[in-house]
Ligand binder design. Structure first.
Ligand code: AHG
Ligand code: MN
Ligand code: MN
Length: 338
């Protein structure tokens, strides 16, 4: 049962049976992400301060070399994930190849793989605008006890057992799904505890926000150009309003609360768009669908794409169901004019 304001710890214990396979391991995995998020949150919050007191941005207050925050976040999440003997492999935006985790025990039963974007929207860090972390969790498909293989990571999004994001915003939130709805927890920084602030999040079926980098307009496919014009037309509840932060997590989080569509289509400059299928599109798609929204590449469901490469990209349209369907209508109508 979902009770507003209960802590994440209480929530995990109470809802353990609802977790796929309910062995308790997935709960422990979520707990390690919760810990990594707190550590990264602490660092993100003092990003400006370190700049002020650091030596021309080369050293921090402790005299250590300053790291780029996405590298820092990557290391922290990897550390916390490795520590608990649940994860057998990690793939990250920051690592060219996946990491095999041998496990400390001789008989290594670890069965989960995690794919992540440790810091999403990192260009926003320097300007004090919210950033995020995205994670996606699968059960391995190769034999337990052997080193993980590429196939363990190249699974379609519809095989995810859990996915979530952390948003380091005006407050810090952890939003995740294990396949039975979406719940959002807000960090109380004074206590270091997460409270269920957004139980059972639902994506409004309709919305009035469209989020896209319109600077790329001339390079967009005809369907996207026409859909943007449709959003701007004076008709019924239109024109819609345009909002684009440039941190996908924040853009989608806002749209999930207010209703809207987020698009990162392909363009004549980038034939598969920019966003990475495995650790950006798929986890966000899982969350969005679990909240009643829709996620597609403009023509078909994102989570049904069979991945071929760890860092492959995909065009991404996600958000309020009716808005995504409308955008798909335009894509289909102008399909031959791409
Ligand atoms: P990352 O910081 O992990 O590289 O991801 C940035 C992504 C995404 O968060 C955002 O929506 C998009 O890049 C912004 O790209 P443009 O600047 O091309 O609009
Ligand atoms: Mn990203
Ligand atoms: Mn990133």
């Amino acid at each position: 049962m979902v009770k507003k304001n209960q802590t994440l710890g209480e929530f995990i214990i109470e809802n353990q049976e609802a977790f796929p396979y309910s062995s308790g391991e997935l709960s422990r995995l979520i707990r390690s992400i919760r810990l990594g998020a707190k550590v990264v949150n602490h660092e993100v919050n003092k990003a400006g301060l370190v700049d002020i007191v650091g030596n021309y941005g080369e050293t921090n207050v402790q005299g250590e070399d300053q790291q780029k925050l996405d590298v820092y976040a990557n290391e922290k999440f990897i550390q916390t994930l490795i520590n608990r003997e649940i994860v057998c492999g990690i793939a990250s935006e920051e690592n060219d190849d996946f990491i095999i985790i041998p496990g400390k025990k001789k008989d290594n039963r670890n069965k989960y793989v995690v794919l992540m974007d440790p810091l999403d929207g990192s260009s926003n860090i320097d300007v004090n605008v919210s950033v995020g972390t995205i994670f996606s969790i699968y059960r391995r498909v190769s034999e337990i006890g052997t080193p993980v293989t590429k196939e363990d990571f190249l699974q379609p999004g519809n095989k995810q057992v859990a996915a979530g994001y952390i948003i380091y915003g005006t407050s810090t939130m952890l939003v995740y799904t294990t396949g039975s709805g979406v719940n959002g927890f807000t960090l109380n920084p004074a206590l270091g505890s997460w409270y269920l602030s957004h139980p059972d999040m639902r994506f409004p079926e309709d919305g009035r926000i469209y989020s896209i980098n319109e600077g790329n307009y001339v390079h967009f496919p005809q369907g996207v150009k026409k859909y943007i014009k449709y959003c701007q037309e004076e008709e019924g509840d239109r024109p819609y309003t345009s909002r684009y932060i440039g941190s996908m997590v924040s853009d989608i989080h806002r749209n999930m609360i207010k209703g809207g569509i987020f698009m990162y289509p392909k363009s004549s400059k980038a034939h598969k768009g920019k966003l990475r299928l495995l650790y950006e599109c798929n986890p966000m798609a899982f969350i969005v669908e679990q909240a009643g929204g829709k996620a597609s590449d403009g023509y078909k469901r994102i989570m049904d794409i069979e991945p071929e490469e760890l860092h492959e990209r995909a065009p991404f349209f996600c958000g309020s169901k009716n808005m995504v369907e409308k955008a798909e209508e335009f894509m289909e109508k102008y399909r031959d004019k791409e």
